[in-house]
Ligand binder design. Structure first.
Ligand code: ATP
Ligand code: MG
Length: 251
C-alpha cells in the first residue's frame, strides 16, 4: 500500500519506499511511502518501538534512510521534542529569540517577532520568566513558540504533549490547532493518542509494529478551527474507532 494522497511535486516532505536498518541489525522501518504538503497536518500513530521517531529523524535530515528516498523541499524545518528542551539560563522571550539570534536577525526585529508568537501561545506577561519558573504546559508553549517563530514550512512534532496532564494536553491541542490554522505549515505529528491525532489532523497514518510500515491512512474531514466539543461527537468516535481498529489489527 502506498498512501500518497498529494502529488510528490507539491509536497514539502515525501518519503518513497523508505527502509531504515540500524548498524545493530534492527530494521525500524520498511517500505514507508508518505507525503506531507502545505496545509496538511499528518499524524502518525503506532505501537511503541515501531519506528515513529526514526521516521521523524529521517524527515528532519538528522539521520539517513538505508534505502528509498526522502525529499524535503522546505526552506525552514522546525522540530518539537517530547521535552520542551529550553535553555534554563534564558528567559522565555530569550529562548524564543534564540533562532533569530543564530540567524543574525536584528535585535529589535527578533524581539518583536518573539513577543508576537508568545502572545499567540498565550504567554504574554511571562516573557521574563525562566523555564524553572514556568509550569510544564507553559514550557511546552515556549517550545512551540520557538518552533514557530522561524515561520517553518515543515513542522515536525515527536509526541510533544506526552508528558503533560490531560487538561493541559487538551488545551495545548486547541492552541496548536489554532496556530496551524493561522500558519498552514506542513505538519508531521507523532503521538500515542488516537483522539489527539484525529482532533488535530487532516490525515492520520497508522503504523504496524516493528518493522514499521504504514497500514492505514484515514482522512479527517473537518475544517479548522475545530471546537473542543468535537471530541464528544458521534462522528468523532466513529473515526477514532476506525483508527483504533487499524492499530489493533497490526500491532
Ligand atoms: N540509533 C539507533 N540504533 C539502533 N537502534 C535504534 C536506534 N534508534 C532507534 N532504534 C531502534 O529502532 C526501533 C524504532 O525506534 P523508534 O525510536 O523510532 O520507535 P518509536 O516508534 O518512536 O517508539 P516510541 O513510541 O516508544 O517512542 C526500536 O527498536 C529502537 O530500538
Ligand atoms: Mg519515539
Amino acid at each position: 500500500m502506498r498512501p500518497l494522497t498529494t502529488s510528490l511535486a507539491t509536497s514539502t516532505l515525501a518519503l518513497d519506499r523508505v527502509t531504515k536498518r540500524f548498524p545493530t541489525g534492527t530494521v525500524a522501518l520498511t517500505d514507508v511511502s508518505m507525503s506531507v504538503a502545505p496545509g496538511d497536518f499528518v499524524s502518525v500513530v503506532g505501537p511503541s518501538g515501531c519506528g515513529k521517531s526514526t521516521l521523524l529523524r529521517l524527515a528532519s535530515g538528522l539521520d539517513d534512510a538505508t534505502s528509498g528516498t526522502v525529499d524535503v523541499t522546505a526552506a525552514a524545518t522546525s522540530y518539537v521534542f517530547q521535552d520542551a528542551t529550553l535553555l534554563e539560563w534564558r528567559s522565555a522571550l530569550r529562548n524564543v529569540e534564540l533562532v533569530g539570534e543564530l540567524r543574525g536577525v536584528p535585535r529589535d526585529e527578533r524581539r518583536a517577532r518573539a513577543q508576537d508568537v508568545l502572545e499567540l501561545v498565550g504567554l504574554t506577561g511571562f516573557e521574563k520568566q525562566h523555564p524553572r519558573e514556568l509550569s510544564g504546559g507553559m514550557r511546552m508553549r515556549v517550545s512551540l513558540a520557538r518552533a514557530l517563530v522561524a515561520e517553518p514550512d515543515l513542522a515536525l512534532f515527536d509526541e510533544p504533549f506526552g508528558a503533560l496532564d490531560e487538561i493541559t494536553r487538551l488545551q495545548m491541542q486547541t492552541e496548536l490547532q489554532k496556530l496551524f490554522r493561522l500558519k498552514r505549515f506542513a505538519g508531521l505529528f507523532i503521538t500515542h493518542s488516537v483522539s489527539e491525532a484525529v482532533y488535530l489532523s487532516t490525515r492520520v497514518l497508522v503504523m504496524s509494529g516493528r518493522p514499521g510500515r504504514i497500514v492505514a491512512e484515514i482522512p479527517i474531514p473537518w475544517d479548522y478551527p475545530r471546537p473542543p466539543e468535537l471530541r464528544y461527537a458521534a462522528e468523532f468516535a466513529a473515526i477514532t474507532g476506525r483508527v483504533s481498529a487499524a492499530l489493533g489489527e497490526h500491532s
